[in-house]
Design a protein around this ligand. Structure first.
Ligand SMILES: Cc1cc2nc3c(=O)[nH]c(=O)nc-3n(C[C@H](O)[C@H](O)[C@H](O)COP(=O)(O)OP(=O)(O)OC[C@H]3O[C@@H](n4cnc5c(N)ncnc54)[C@H](O)[C@@H]3O)c2cc1C
Length: 421
């Protein structure tokens, strides 16, 4: 007799949102959340740059992100639970030829935003014309203007997780922090009690989770274990379809950075937009609390797909890679100091860079968040919940309908995203 109806593994944003929607939609179900760390948001959720945007070219990404953003706004503004949400905007700095590209046109047709002129960009303190020799050597384009996404900004993932965690407690979900799942144990659906089961010809199911504090049983299991998913699925012969890649963040602080971060583009009081440079995918995330910029990039060729147990930020990667590019456009960081740095991983869906949410046996897997799992977290949780309930469609917070199969493997229907950061 199973101990629970559902066990969700992983207390990052995906697992917490999934457990929350499963329990909300099925109050009679016994739901348990298992996490190897002592509390929530200790995996990649807590290492995130935590920007949010609805500026995607793929319809699926737009639905997942815009609905989650509305839900987070609802939590902060209507339920009064502070999520540190600040709609400071995302400013994509672009070469002049890219300002009216099909990607920008597509995004502008449904997301709130506007084109910003080169002189407005320049007046906000950004250098649009990198020095000629440097520009030639480092392939740095001149900035011809920008696209400012207005339904975009920054959020605090710890606080979103804290919201879900407190709701789970109120709803009676059992939270097992400090519990590591070592493996999923495969068994025949009808046991013969014969050594060596399950045999080739027997139907199979996941019978239990083997953890550091014993065996846990449920009817269904949900894996929201991000880059750790492959370790749990591969021994069963199930493909996670994802690969890990290291990602690093460097916090740059200093007087000039402080002045820039604490103002909007037009100089009024507020927060400078999240900046995306036109070169190397480098971005600067404003951090109003410490009045610093978090500087990062999703580097591609040369950065291996591999998992590091304790990923460390690489000073040379910043000093020789990101800084020389970033300071050409943002001179304010020339005299800044690195006051903190950390690293984590993206769990990449290497094809279309959107979540994979699929069912295999009695396990539902939600992974492949590809660097945008915070901003799509609530919607992903709703899709997981629909699959647990055996439904074909999930409804997002904004009442958009998602055919759950479209985020799966066999009947997947997700466009390749063109605006990847
Ligand atoms: C540097 C960086 C910058 C990013 N920037 C952004 C951004 O700006 N915006 C955005 O939306 N996203 C961003 N992301 C991506 C985002 O952080 C992830 O997509 C998201 O956090 C994934 O959430 P998750 O819950 O799926 O995974 P995680 O938060 O990693 O949670 C998985 C959990 O599973 C637990 N777990 C794993 N294995 C086991 C086991 N065997 N037993 C028990 N527990 C287990 C882990 O301890 C962990 O807590 C960024 C990520 C990084 C690294």
């Amino acid at each position: 007799m199973p101990g629970h109806d559902v066990i969700v593994v992983g207390a990052g944003i995906t697992g917490l949102a999934s457990a929350y929607h499963i329990k909300r939609n099925n109050p009679d179900m016994s739901v348990c959340l298992v996490e190897k760390e002592k509390t929530y948001a200790q995996g990649n959720t807590g290492r995130s740059a935590a920007g949010f945007r609805d500026t995607f070219t793929s319809e699926m990404n737009y639905i997942l992100s815009s609905s989650s953003i509305e839900f987070y706004k609802h939590v902060q503004n209507k339920l009064g639970f502070n999520l540190g949400m600040d709609s400071c905007g995302y400013l994509f700095l672009l070469e002049s030829g890219k300002l009216d590209s099909p990607a920008i046109k597509k995004v502008m047709s449904r997301s709130r935003g506007k084109i910003v002129s080169a002189s407005d960009v320049e007046n906000s303190g950004i250098n649009t014309k990198p020095e000629k020799d440097v520009a030639e050597m480092m392939n740095l384009p001149e900035i011809g203007g920008g696209f400012l996404g207005e339904n975009c900004g920054i959020i605090e993932p710890d606080l979103i997780c804290s919201f879900y965690d407190s709701e789970l407690r109120k709803m009676g979900v059992e939270l097992k922090y400090g519990t590591k799942v070592n493996s999923l144990s495969l068994a025949p659906t009808k046991t013969l009690d014969y050594p060596g089961e399950p045999f080739l010809w027997q139907d199979k199911t996941i019978n239990s989770l083997e953890t550091n504090s014993g065996e846990l049983k449920a009817e269904k299991y949900v894996l929201c274990t991000d880059v750790w998913t492959t370790d749990l699925l591969a021994p069963l012969g199930i493909d996670s379809h994802t690969l890990p890649k290291k990602r690093q963040i460097f916090q740059a602080s200093g007087k000039e950075v402080q002045n820039m971060v604490s103002k909007r583009m037009d100089g009024s009081e507020g927060t400078f937009p999240f900046l995306i440079l036109p070169s190397c995918g480098i971005y600067l995330r404003p951090e109003p609390k410490s009045k610093s910029f978090w500087i990062s990039t999703a580097d591609d060729i040369g950065r291996p797909y591999s998992y590091e147990e304790d990923p460390q930020p690489e000073k040379d990667f910043y000093n020789l890679g990101m800084l020389p590019v970033a300071q050409e456009y943002i001179p304010q960081i020339k005299n800044s100091k690195i006051t903190s740095s950390w690293a984590g991983h993206y769990a990449y869906n290497t094809i279309d860079k959107t979540h994979y949410i699929f069912e295999s046996l009695n396990v539902i897997v939600a992974t492949g968040t590809s660097g945008s799992g915070i901003m799509k977290g609530d919607s992903a949780g709703r899709v997981v919940s629909a699959i647990v309930s055996g439904e074909k469609t999930a409804k997002t917070f904004t009442n958009r309908v998602i055919n759950v199969d479209e985020l799966g493997i066999k009947k997947r229907k997700v466009e390749i995203e063109e605006l990847v950061i």
